[in-house]
Design a binder for this molecule. Structure first.
Ligand code: S3P
Length: 457
């Protein structure tokens, strides 16, 4: 019997989860160890900022770090200069929430792209706690803490409700981290469920469930008395947003492609939008949860090669699917370009204020490749064509955005002749620096398989 070849992709820890692991470890009392940490620049930004606050963080080996926690926000030292958050929206927004509880002022800044992103929305997370925030015309640099947070001690036990008015995990997490240094009971509510890593990790470290994500209520409650955080010994599970590229790679590969397997992967339902969309598009995949780690489901993802004569199918996304696949929507646009029928994505306005305007970046790049795509205010309309392939030489812009760069690297699978070059593809270093090497190996495997099948034929 013919066995389908298998291609195994090891993945480093999820970026969102690992940022949070470093932050909670810094707040804990004692020594924590965080393992399976990849080389992405965004995580280096979080480590750099925490070090500037006096947290000792040391490399144990290539992929593990030890963190000596300072026992709470009061244990941080006043940084001598602005904290550099690089390109990382998660670093700046989560730390802004956390550091709003400092008795001294802290300035947070980053690269040009980060400074252009909206920061005044953080007011929604901070003002119910009586904490102020200064922005530079709505963007970074921002200043929190010090005199902006004069009301750090409260005698009353009044319940504070924070409505983030959005499905934003960065905003929700900023509110929760700010709430850690407030002695009142706090409820953080959101309009739709965004990724819930902060509440899972905090619940696991405190040993009590904080979130209520039943359909009527999307809220997380912090008690008045905040227990001290326990130190952690944590192996970060693989990043589903990195696995997502492999789902797209498999979908755009020829039917004789290998089965792709990814172990030790985070299978948090709030991150798996692309899994369900891909399955509706006709991609065969299977997720097996094997364990729970600091509140996160972890397991294996298997992506089977496409069946012959079964084109991808267009999809329409619900509002919740847009949130669950937020960072993967550029990949949805790419896959939709090769699907039978029209795909409409709406309700994704947030994509305009990510590392680039992802709505325009994908529209511009895919149109350049001849795809029938038009942008709307909050998404795309894409007329797919399963027969589409590119046979010219093209140059597309990454707009300095790691996810856009990787999307177009994957589009190269549909290149029959010529060359598809991506301007500033190196920006993928911020999240998945290991990608190019693994992708080259995969394409070499495809080449081998196609040579063997030609010989057999
Ligand atoms: C993230 C939340 C998301 C996501 C980002 C990472 C996080 O942003 O796009 O890449 O780690 O909390 P939102 O704030 O829009 O949810």
């Amino acid at each position: 019997m013919n066995q389908t070849p298998t291609f195994h992709v090891p993945l480093f820890g999820d970026k969102s989860i690992t940022h949070r692991a470093f932050i909670f470890a810094a707040l804990a009392k004692g020594e924590s160890v965080i393992r399976n940490v990849g080389g992405g620049a965004d995580l280096a930004s979080t480590r750099g900022a925490l070090r500037a606050l006096g947290v000792s963080i040391e490399r144990l080996d290539s992929f593990s770090w030890s963190v000596r926690g300072v026992g709470g926000v009061q244990g941080f030292q006043e940084p001598v200069e602005a904290l550099d958050c690089g390109n990382s929206g998660t670093t700046i927004r989560l730390l802004a929430g956390l550091l709003s509880g400092c008795s001294f002022p802290v300035t947070l800044s980053g690269d040009l792209s980060l400074c252009r992103r909206p920061m005044s929305r953080l007011e929604r997370a901070l003002s119910p706690l009586g904490r102020g925030l200064e922005t530079d015309q709505g963007g970074a640099p921002i200043i929190v803490g010090g005199e902006r947070s004069s009301a750090l001690t409260h005698q009353d036990q009044e319940l504070i409700i924070i409505d983030t008015l959005a499905a934003s995990a960065q905003l929700k997490s900023a509110a929760l981290l700010a709430g850690l240094s407030d002695p009142r009971p706090i409820v953080v509510r959101e309009s739709r469920l965004s990724r819930d890593h902060s509440e899972r990790m905090l619940s696991a470290l405190w040993g009590s469930e904080l979130k209520d994500h039943s359909s009527e209520s999307l809220q997380t409650s912090l008690p008045a008395l905040k227990p001290a955080l326990k130190s952690l010994d944590f192996t970060s599970p693989g990043d589903f947003s990195s696995a997502a590229f492999w789902i797209a790679i498999s979908a755009l590969s020829p039917p004789a492609a290998p089965t792709i397997t990814l172990d030790n992967l985070n299978l948090n339902p709030t991150r798996m939008g692309l899994y369900h969309l891909a399955s509706r598009m006709g991609i065969r995949l299977e997720a097996q949860v094997k364990e729970c780690r600091l509140g996160e489901p972890v397991g294996t993802l298997i992506i089977y090669p496409r069946a012959i004569h079964q084109p991808l199918k267009a999809v329409n996304l619900s509002r919740q699917e847009v949130v669950d696949a937020l960072d993967e929507l550029p990949l949805v646009a790419l896959l939709a370009s090769f699907a039978e029928g029209q795909t409409t994505v709406s309700g994704a306005r947030e994509l305009r204020v990510k590392e680039s305007d992802r709505i325009e970046a994908m529209t511009e790049g895919l149109s350049r490749l001849g795809v029938e795509i038009s942008s709307t205010e909050d998404g795309w309309v894409i007329n797919g064509d399963p027969q589409r392939s590119f046979d010219g030489s093209y140059t597309v812009e990454s707009h300095g955005d790691h996810r856009i760069a990787m999307c177009f690297m994957i589009a190269q699978l549909k290149q029959s002749e010529g060359l598809l070059s991506i301007v500033d593809a190196d920006c993928l270093e911020v999240s998945y620096p290991e990608f190019p090497e693994k992708y080259i190996q995969y394409r070499a495997r495809l080449e081998e398989i196609s040579k063997v099948s030609k010989i057999k034929a």
